[in-house]
Design a protein around this ligand. Structure first.
Ligand code: SF4
Length: 249
């Protein structure tokens, strides 16, 4: 329970602390220069610019925190909020996590949880008809000769890996399911299907990279399990996928 709680709050905590450090450093330098020597025209310009950037950063972060509980409107503000999350705040958390010796995987997991909260809030009370379930190729048994990359329905339901169960779930819930072998194919599948929302299964790194790559899309992240090591016969909780699909329907 404690670990779950930490997995939830680590990312927002690191971003908030980064911003506090940034604000403290900014005012420390600005006020120090002011009292010591006074400020030249150029310094005033630089400090005013820095102050405006700080205001934008704080405003964007407050919006992001709000987005985990309510839908952000108008749409442009939502896009700004998302862009800041994937392209700015993620790096803040990564930076502070690095200098405070936090595990990279923990920060990524917390970031994915934060993203999921945001996606669920944005999707609340909205019924989505075009849901795409995007799966990694490593879920398939390594000795399976069937090619599921093109079409998951090619799976022959032998039950030796999770693909058969996921195929049945996709059929039952009437959602599209596709298996991608990498980022390029995943991008192509997204472009071809133009989904309202994506439920993506992958490892920490692939999910974070994929999300940052396709940040305009609503992507709910489901982490896979790797009992045999990375990228080899991975597993995933079908219940978690089902939970996500039902939330978006
Ligand atoms: S369940 Fe489907 S994909 Fe998995 S090993 Fe059997 S036939 Fe291959």
């Amino acid at each position: 329970m404690k670990e779950y709680y930490i997995a939830i709050i680590k990312f927002p905590l690191l971003v908030t602390l980064s911003l506090v450090l940034l604000v403290t450093a900014f005012f420390g330098v600005a006020l120090g220069s002011w009292f010591k020597l006074g400020l030249s025209g150029m310094e005033i310009f630089l400090f005013v610019s820095g102050f405006i950037i700080l205001i934008v950063l704080i405003f964007g972060w407050v919006l992001n925190l709000m987005s985990t509980h309510r839908k952000i409107r108008p749409r442009r503000l939502e896009i700004f909020c998302r862009w800041m999350l994937y392209n700015v705040y993620y790096y803040f958390a990564k930076w502070l996590g690095k200098i405070s010796f936090q595990k990279k995987l923990d920060i990524q997991e917390s970031f994915l949880n934060f993203n999921n909260e945001m996606v669920l809030s944005a999707a609340a009370k909205v019924s989505h008809t075009n849901i795409l379930l995007l799966l990694p190729h490593c879920l398939q048994r390594s000795d399976c000769t069937v090619r599921v990359t093109g079409d998951i329905n090619n799976c022959e339901d032998c039950g030796r890996c999770g693909i058969a169960e996921i195929k049945a779930l996709a059929k039952r819930e009437e959602v599209k399911a596709a298996v991608a072998t990498g980022g390029s194919l995943a991008r192509k599948i997204i472009l071809d299907n133009k989904p309202d929302v994506i439920v993506a299964v992958a490892c920490h790194r692939d999910l974070v990279d994929g999300m940052r790559d396709s940040w305009r899309h609503s992507i709910y992240a489901v982490l896979n399990e790797r009992p045999k090591g990375p990228c080899f016969e991975t597993e995933v909780s079908i219940k978690t996928i089902e939970f996500a699909i039902k939330k978006f329907k």
